[in-house]
Design a binder for this molecule. Structure first.
Ligand SMILES: CCCCCCCCCCCCCCCCCCCCC/C=C/C(=O)SCCNC(=O)CCNC(=O)[C@H](O)C(C)(C)COP(=O)(O)OP(=O)(O)OC[C@H]1O[C@@H](n2cnc3c(N)ncnc32)[C@H](O)[C@@H]1OP(=O)(O)O
Ligand SMILES: Cc1cc2nc3c(=O)[nH]c(=O)nc-3n(C[C@H](O)[C@H](O)[C@H](O)COP(=O)(O)OP(=O)(O)OC[C@H]3O[C@@H](n4cnc5c(N)ncnc54)[C@H](O)[C@@H]3O)c2cc1C
Length: 636
């Protein structure tokens, strides 16, 4: 039944203006227009086909990614796309590639930490992709503990150059995306040594490969670190290993073009190190920037999984047939709703927290430029904490969506296994999620310790303003200061609660704005209430044990949740349509717009390479001898 909309009856039930909700989701009419146009452009171009990823070998997969990146770049140049349109094109191409690190970390690192002179030298080349960069921080032995990195950068006052060296196996750079096979340059992080003294970890721009024939420069050993989790998935990326060797050959390094990122500190020609008066934490600035983009991306990945699971739940029927009539749509089961609708609410909540964090980041950047560093600790805590919260919830949410789709969710053609495999490293990269929560906990404890302190006249503001209203924090401040490590598991829970408070309060603030479109605000209110009450329900033990609510409140919250799920039910399909995803982007038979799932699943199965022949390769060697009881004599 090609061309029939199997979900039309669901769409007819909706009680709000879907087109207006699409604008809310996109952020503005302009953002919607760009997103809509570029998504259709990508979907209609066979050059961006992606349905064969899970069956390609690593080499074929990687070559295909190189082709797509070159094709994407040609499209961007030929169509003279703006930066906003180019970023959307990358988003809808939907394939991790070296270009992400070039545009997402290498360029921002130079913009954020390089001197004006360095920016003038490197940015024009990088913008035209005449050099391709990566971000080489993590080593085999250390990722989280950045101050523990072992690579050294020793200033040689004779030649005015830095000699970069990997002194041990564990100091090999390990993981940087784009490094393995593509990057010509890296921002490499190394301990700066000047005149025999160490001055902590700094970033250096290092050329890795020849711009003529792509061979590694002298003293540089570089390659890919190998296959990662899942088929296709993140294996389109060449995460790499890199060693610098200068030990007996200073010229090898002199050959390379190396420059320290000097915004935070300076090394004079006479070989003197000068720390400038900006906080040294600004060396970590690129991570703050990327964490903020990761939060904005979480809602995209979660909404995609939720869209697939919601549409399929409306198509799928099991049990409950009355008098030979149709069986029950699984979306009508209360258990299905109680698993699915909080995820739908989370997708919207994360969308709005992403928007707010973008604003916070722009605000702190503006202040830094005016030498106002006062909000940096809060910005660090918010980006770290929200990155941790949203990526954990999204990875778990994608897996829950797979289960919500039953057996068919386990097929690659559902799109969910690959989405999970691509997404789940977000819980680790840009800071392990627990390590990041410990940073939030540290920030909270510091704030608590300053509450009521005679030495500090500062009142907590922004996301920690509520602390002045929490009386018992005043009593517990001394104990926590002494026992941080001992209490760290509990403090991580407190950090999550703090971040959830930010998400809920920013969702509520969003609803205080004018939101046009019939019924749109009402739908968002329902989702906001689901998000908050679901948390209360899930953590009711904590709320009850701390006396924040009574058992009666807990029961009422649960009743209210059930009623809210019923209100979402008729609008569920329209709420996921509002994401405005093309079938190409969703990459899922279960989530296709028209809901025509079964014929598509059946057809896709026959396209599997195993079905190219009726009798499989290997029959004569392994199956027939087994059947004929000849296995003992067969040569396996
Ligand atoms: C196809 C063609 C397309 C063309 C397109 C055109 C344009 C399109 C654009 C497309 C863009 C693409 C977008 C893609 C997006 C990017 C993709 C993302 C891919 C991700 C790849 C992954 C990369 C990485 O993983 S990089 C490595 C990241 N590593 C980490 O995160 C390490 C984690 N560790 C740390 O951050 C720290 O070291 C930490 C915080 C754990 C250290 O703790 P510590 O021991 O306490 O450290 P210390 O140094 O002593 O700290 C002292 C002090 O400083 C505070 N602190 C720490 N960090 C920060 C910070 N970041 N900011 C501010 N303050 C900080 C810390 O709290 C201490 O404070 P006090 O307690 O007050 O002293
Ligand atoms: C797909 C992918 C892409 C990546 N891309 C890049 C890149 O482009 N550039 C780059 O430089 N790096 C990159 N990385 C590396 C990434 O940033 C690190 O893996 C990450 O920061 C985690 O560090 P780690 O591996 O050292 O983990 P570890 O710190 O070794 O973590 C192991 C375990 O120890 C726990 N742990 C660690 N420290 C503490 C502590 N203080 N207290 C309590 N528990 C602790 C963690 O919670 C975790 O459970 C990438 C990683 C992945 C997976």
């Amino acid at each position: 039944m090609e061309g029939v909309d199997h979900l039309a009856h669901e769409r007819n039930k909706s009680e709000f203006d879907v087109d207006a909700m699409k604008i809310v989701w996109a952020g503005s009419p302009h953002a919607f227009d760009v997103s809509d146009r570029i998504s259709k452009l990508v979907a209609s171009d066979p050059g961006f086909r992606k349905d064969n990823r899970s069956t390609l070998s690593r080499k074929e997969l990687f070559k295909n990614t190189l082709r797509k990146a070159a094709y994407a770049w040609k499209t961007i140049v030929d169509l003279r796309l703006s930066e906003e349109e180019a970023a959307k094109l990358r988003f809808y191409v939907d394939e991790p590639a070296f270009t992400d690190l070039h545009w997402g970390m290498f360029i921002p690192a130079i913009k954020g930490q390089g001197t004006e002179e360095q920016q003038q030298k490197w940015l024009p080349l990088a913008y035209k992709m005449q050099i391709i960069g990566c971000y080489a921080q993590t080593e085999l032995g250390h990722g989280s503990n950045v101050q523990g990195l072992e690579t050294t950068a020793t200033f040689d006052s004779q030649t005015d150059e830095f000699i970069i060296h990997s002194p041990t196996l564990t100091s090999s750079k390990w993981w940087p995306g784009g490094l393995g096979k593509v990057a010509t340059h890296a921002i490499a992080y190394a301990r700066l040594i000047v005149g025999g003294r160490e001055h902590g970890v700094h970033g250096f721009i290092v050329q890795l490969r020849s711009l003529e024939d792509h061979s590694p420069l002298l003293g540089i050993t570089v390659g890919d670190i190998g296959m990662k989790f899942g088929n296709g998935a993140y294996n389109t990326m060449d995460n790499g290993v890199l060693q610098f060797d200068h030990v007996l050959d200073v010229y090898s390094i002199a050959f390379a073009s190396i420059a320290v990122m000097l915004w935070v500190s300076q090394v004079t020609c006479e070989g003197k190190y000068k720390q400038s008066d900006v906080p040294r934490q600004l060396v970590y600035g690129t991570m703050v920037y990327v964490r903020q983009t990761i939060v904005a991306d979480a809602s995209c990945a979660l909404s995609r999984a939720v869209c697939i699971a919601t549409r399929y739940s409306a198509v799928r029927r099991q049990f409950g047939s009355q008098n030979g009539g149709p069986e029950t749509q699984v979306i009508d089961y209360k258990t299905q709703q109680s698993r699915l609708f909080p995820l739908l609410a989370s997708a919207y909540a994360f969308r709005f927290i992403g928007e707010w964090l973008k604003w916070l980041y722009a605000d702190v950047t503006q202040r830094l430029q005016a030498n106002d560093f006062s909000t940096l600790p809060e910005a660090h805590a918010c980006t770290a904490g929200l990155k941790s919260l949203t990526t954990t919830a999204t990875a778990d949410g994608i897996e829950e969506c797979r289960k919500l789709c039953g057996g068919h969710g386990y097929l690659c053609s559902s799109g969910l296994p690959e989405l999970f495999a691509v997404y789940v490293p977000a819980c680790t990269y840009e800071g392990d999620n627990t390590v990041l929560l410990l940073q939030v906990a540290r920030f909270l404890m510091k704030t608590v310790s300053q509450l009521g302190s005679r030495l500090s006249s500062k009142k907590p503001v922004g996301t920690i303003a509520y602390m002045t209203r929490v009386e018992h924090l005043m009593q517990c401040r001394c104990g926590v200061q002494r026992g941080f490590a001992e209490l760290s598991a509990d403090l991580v829970e407190a950090a999550v609660a703090h971040c959830q408070l930010i998400v809920v309060s920013k969702f509520i603030e969003k609803l205080q704005q004018e939101i046009p479109g019939k019924g749109v605000k009402q739908q968002l209110e329902v989702l906001c209430n689901i998000y908050a009450l679901f948390l209360l329900h899930k953590h009711q033990g904590d709320f009850l044990s701390t006396g924040c609510i009574t058992p009666k409140h807990a029961a009422l919250a649960n009743d209210e949740l059930r009623s809210l799920y019923s209100q979402v039910r008729p609008n569920a399909i329209a709420l996921v349509d509002a994401f405005n995803y093309t079938d190409h982007y969703l990459g899922s038979i279960l989530g296709c717009y028209d809901g025509n799932v079964y014929p598509k699943l059946y057809e896709a199965a026959w396209k599997d390479p195993l079905n190219e022949s009726v009798v499989p390769d290997g029959y004569h060697l392994y199956i027939r001898p087994l059947l004929k009881q000849e296995i003992r004599t067969a040569r396996l």
